[in-house]
Design a protein around this ligand. Structure first.
Ligand code: NAP
Length: 625
């Protein structure tokens, strides 16, 4: 696909004006052919003598050389190029998009006179006489405004090529990703089903965001025909049945080697199943978590792909362009491993996110119980959002705290019933199914469930049992440290879980890529994630050691924060879960031996002994003294 545009025409046709606007829109340099004449030609023209074909030869050669320099990055050249032979010289060894700005003699002469550009009628006439029309390319009537002419040029040449990729599902995320992709210069075909009442989704989108690089379809055949091979198709439809329904409709139009990416929040086991099913049909399938919501999708999301490496390699140039950038400027996307690992990583990302959000909610409860005026809450969070503590979520809190409706704070008017789309629960369920401890994020899932299912059922208890605590003195610096201890344990628990799932599932999962991707474009973006990325890069044991050392250093402040909750009857389930997890990992004495004794007592489940090899099992008759 050529990136070289030449706008040709006689003097006064407007080729410089149109060329400059086109170059500006495409972000390409603009060249004026007149600037490339050798000195001998300049001298001849200044002496009022007409150039012959021999004079033009070195000029055309140097223009050709110049165009070649820009063939991979793009350029717009304004050049009279009146004869077919001149155009052949210009195009030698390269492909040019030709546009002829054509107009009749009287119009051009009148224009030149308007611009006080004097050219004898005979000279203009001789250009018209020399002019050989384009045999292929685009000829435009100059009797239109410049914007229209540029639009026509772009429509002709940019839409001519196949789309680099396609996106299915023009909902919140699909539309934003498509716009991001087009803004990054990627030709993007978009598809949305045309159910009754929804026929206009694509038409509305094309009207709202017109761009020659964006093509819309409601017909699978047309959509898939527009895509370059191997086809690369991103699905942005709801997880579950919708993905399977779309695959069923789409597959008949695909060819072996085509690549599909599921960018929704699919369950990783569904992704594993689809990978297997599609291998049979020679289709490469990638499961990719996309984070950052609507804004991230538009401005640069973090993306977590896993599955077919072939599909990832085919898509990487596109994904790199639309992704957020990490602190070193690298794209927040990278191949994580095989199978459904991309979707598992996104699921656990959300599980960690649930706990991070709930921790902030619990800090808010402490502030509410304190003697600190409400008007200062925003600035407290603002002060906290610095250096090693700063995070995307913490950065939201000042605005949330300060937002008012009239004289009242908006948060006081929001019903405290937290919604969820299910990925937090999936994290907990997957951990339980695989014998892992994700108690911190599970506490956050339960907190949301409690707020929805339980809280509103007990108004009398809430009214009669106790009044909320108020006026408590807080040492804010210590609470900040306690909050950081809980966050470190929350992240550590989630990363350990991902690591274990990678091992159990043989995904060959790259954990340092996981946290690197999370450094930008997602809700977990924070200084802590950047630090963890450095630690994991050393090795996973190093991360464990560092995290536990931090926890031990923050232990007393963590305890102080928990104590505030206990002493003032404040519901802090995630702080408590993190505290218990910390105690669990740092306690040399575990009480699980009592569980084993009970199991062996009533069920003869046997137990292992400290003083014997772990392969040996023992059973005791516990009724005998
Ligand atoms: P959305 O706004 O509800 O859009 C869903 C799109 O899928 C619509 O275009 C819809 O078409 C289409 N669709 C639904 N069922 C379909 C079916 N059976 N066949 C064909 N097309 C169907 O959803 P979204 O927020 O963009 O989310 C898309 C995916 O990204 C989900 O998996 C979601 O969990 C994930 N995600 C969302 C966010 C977020 O912040 N929104 C963030 C990260 C990930 P119609 O217009 O015809 O209904």
């Amino acid at each position: 696909m050529s990136l070289i545009y030449v706008i040709m025409g006689v003097s006064g046709s407007g080729k410089t004006t149109v060329g400059k606007v086109l170059a500006n829109q495409l972000g390409f340099p603009f060249l004026d052919a007149d600037d490339f004449h050798p000195q001998a030609n300049i001298d001849k023209m200044q002496a009022g003598k007409a150039l012959n074909d021999k004079d033009r030869k070195p000029w055309l050669e140097s223009l050709n050389q110049e165009l070649k320099k820009h063939k991979d990055t793009g350029v717009v050249l304004a050049c009279s190029a009146l004869k077919a032979s001149y155009r052949e010289s210009l195009e030698e060894g390269i492909k040019v998009h030709w546009t002829h700005l054509a107009g009749d003699f009287e119009l051009i002469q009148a224009r030149m006179q308007l611009r006080s550009h004097f050219m004898p009628a005979s000279l203009l006439q001789s250009q018209f006489d020399t002019l050989e029309p384009l045999e292929s390319g685009l000829t435009l009537d100059i009797d239109s405004d410049v914007e229209f002419l540029v639009h026509m040029i772009r429509a002709k040449y940019e839409t001519k090529g196949p789309a680099h990729w396609g996106i299915v599902g023009m909902g919140v995320m699909g539309q934003s990703l498509a716009r991001n992709s087009v803004n990054a210069g990627i030709r993007t075909a978009v598809f949305n089903r045309a159910t009754e009442g929804e026929e206009l989704v694509i038409a509305k989108m094309l009207t709202k965001y017109p761009d020659p690089k964006l093509y819309g379809y409601t017909d699978w055949k047309e959509f898939t025909a527009k895509l370059s091979l191997p086809r690369k198709i991103l699905l942005m439809v709801p997880a579950g049945k919708a993905i399977d329904a779309v695959l069923e409709e789409l597959l008949p139009f695909l060819s072996p080697g085509d690549c599909i990416v599921d960018g929704g929040n699919s369950h990783f086991s569904d992704t594993q199943r689809r990978i297997q099913e599609l291998i049979e049909r020679d289709i490469e399938y990638l499961g990719m978590g996309v984070s950052g919501g609507e804004k991230g999708a538009l401005e640069g999301p973090a993306m977590m792909p896993g599955g077919s490496k072939v599909a990832f390699n085919a898509l990487q140039p596109i994904l790199d362009k639309i992704a957020a950038k990490d602190p070193k400027g690298n794209p927040c996307v990278g191949y994580l491993g095989q199978g459904g690992c991309g979707h598992l990583v996104k699921t656990v990302h959300n599980g960690i996110e649930y706990a991070e959000m709930q921790l902030l909610a619990e800090v808010y409860s402490l502030l509410l119980a304190s003697d600190i005026p409400r008007s200062e809450f925003g600035s407290i969070f603002n002060d906290w959002d610095q250096g090693e503590y700063s995070s995307y979520l913490l950065g939201l809190m000042p605005s949330i705290m300060n937002k008012k409706e009239g004289d009242a704070y908006l948060i006081d008017k929001i019903l405290p019933m937290a919604g969820a789309k299910g990925t937090g629960a999936w994290t907990s369920i997957t951990a339980l199914e695989n014998g892992q401890d994700m108690s911190i994020s599970t506490a956050a899932v339960n907190a949301r469930n409690h707020s929805q299912a339980i809280w509103h059922k007990f108004p009398q208890i809430q009214e009669n049992h106790r009044k909320p605590s108020r006026g408590v003195k807080l040492e804010l610096e210590r609470i900040l440290k306690g909050y950081q201890a809980a966050r470190i344990l929350n992240h550590l628990q989630g990363l350990q879980f991902i690591h274990t799932m990678g091992t159990i599932s043989n995904w060959d999962l790259d954990l340092s890529e996981v946290t690197r991707i999370w450094t930008n474009g997602c809700i977990l973006k924070s200084q802590l994630i950047e630090l963890l990325t450095e630690k994991i890069a050393a090795d996973f044991d190093h991360l464990n050691l560092w995290s536990y050392n931090c926890y031990i250093a923050l232990f007393q402040d963590f305890k102080y924060t928990l104590n505030l909750g206990w002493q003032n009857d404040i519901h802090m389930p995630v702080f408590n879960a993190a505290w218990q997890y910390g105690l669990g990992v740092s306690s040399a004495e575990s009480n699980a031996n009592i569980i084993q004794a009970q199991r062996d007592f009533f069920g003869a489940h046997t137990y292992k002994r400290k003083d014997h090899h772990p392969s040996e099992n023992f059973h005791t008759d516990w009724t005998k003294p």
